[in-house]
Design a protein. Structure first.
Length: 374
């Protein structure tokens, strides 16, 4: 009986050992690695309001060393009026080169942006774990120890944007580049047709919330409705949509839109602009369905725009953008529909009972419910 207990104990001990080895166990306090040197800096060192920058922490360690679980104390707290941290935490940068051939420079960056002028000396303490991983006989073993390090004082000075040359319409946009694009759909219309304009900007920098491009050249020849910003934009991109109605086929003017920003590479204010191609009119006759008599109700709780007109026939929703395609649903003209996509003379819509395609030429006067963001 005693020998059986001993065998069970030995088996459990071996199982525990191999389990720890297999799952990359760590032995705190026995890493044998240490930080030779550490420093903190701001990159770039000279920053203006709105310019993206990084707090960079560097550690000189042996080439076998690994640093994990960084924690810092002494950084300013996030305040949207003063600064914003634009990432969840520290990001790994490429290793730097040490003057000691046996060492390397481990570099970490914390992205942030100052939204107002700032001046302070930061006294930062950084903590974490340092160690190394070793492969032995097919098993991965790691050993780490914790550390705390007081870094060099960091003077941070964020300069306000210059007053000289600042345009009256400047809205606080700052960056290296801003590019505008846009389009009108449909491009071939009758007077009175509904047209959706999409304005887009791609930027490397900072574009304040609520800022939109300045639209020019619309003139009295268009009935224009509210500009709506699209949701869910990718980082560095924003887009807006606007519904307009051309009143006459004699329109030859082009709509343009622009955005003014401070170029941090040139250290000067500049303006980007884009001009839309003019509409092409199929005829000079106003749409027989009287699309010019639209009613826009912006009071919808979900932010949608309700567009309606009179004397409209029932609307056929097709399975595909072809008149030979099966008809999924026939709805009254007063039935709200959400526009999902425009494809030539077709629009993909969503009603309560179906998602399909409608022919614009046959349904110009349809009642439609659309998000101006889409």
């Amino acid at each position: 009986m005693l020998s059986k207990k001993i065998l069970i104990l030995v088996f459990c001990s071996l199982s525990s050992f191999f389990s720890h080895a297999f799952f990359n166990f760590r032995m705190d306090g026995f890493g044998g690695e240490k930080i030779e040197n550490a420093k903190i800096s701001l990159s770039p060192s000279e920053v203006v309001v709105g310019e993206p920058c990084d707090i960079v922490i560097e550690f000189e360690v042996s080439k076998k060393a690994t640093i994990e679980g960084l924690q810092v104390a002494g950084l300013p707290e996030m305040d949207n009026e003063i600064l914003e941290y634009t990432a969840q935490g520290f990001e790994n940068l490429a290793d730097g080169v040490s003057t000691n051939a046996q060492n390397t420079i481990k570099r970490f960056a914390l992205p942030l942006r100052f939204n107002s002028a700032y001046s302070n000396v930061l006294n930062v303490i950084v903590g974490g774990n340092i160690g190394k991983r070793v492969e032995r006989r097919g098993f991965s073993q790691s050993s780490f120890s914790s550390f705390n390090k007081r870094l060099n004082p960091l003077e941070v000075v964020v300069s306000p944007l210059p007053e000289e040359g600042r345009p009256e319409s400047f809205n606080g946009s700052v960056g290296k580049s801003f590019t505008l694009t846009g389009e009108m759909n449909p491009k071939e219309v009758h007077p009175g047709d509904l047209v959706t304009i999409t304005y887009e900007v791609a930027y490397d920098g900072y574009l304040p919330k609520g800022v939109a491009p300045k639209i020019e050249g619309m003139g009295e020849g268009f009935t224009a409705y509210e500009l709506k910003e699209k949701e869910g934009a990718l980082k560095g991109r924003r887009a807006w949509t606007q519904i307009v109605v051309p009143k006459t086929s004699s329109l030859t003017n082009s709509i343009s839109f622009s955005l003014e920003y401070f170029d941090i590479s040139k250290k000067a204010y500049t303006k980007c602009e884009h001009r839309l191609s003019p509409l092409k009119f199929i005829s000079d006759k106003t749409a027989t369905t009287e699309n010019t008599a639209v009613i826009v109700n912006d009071s919808q709780e979900d932010g949608t725009v309700l567009i309606s007109s009179t004397n409209a026939p029932p609307v056929k929703i097709y399975f595909a953008p072809k008149e030979t395609s099966p008809v999924l649903q026939v709805v009254p003209s007063t039935k709200p529909m959400r526009i999902l996509q425009t494809f030539g003379k077709w629009q993909r819509v969503e009603s309560d009972g179906a998602i399909g395609w409608i022919l614009i030429e046959l349904n110009r006067n349809k009642t439609r419910k659309t998000k101006a963001e889409k």
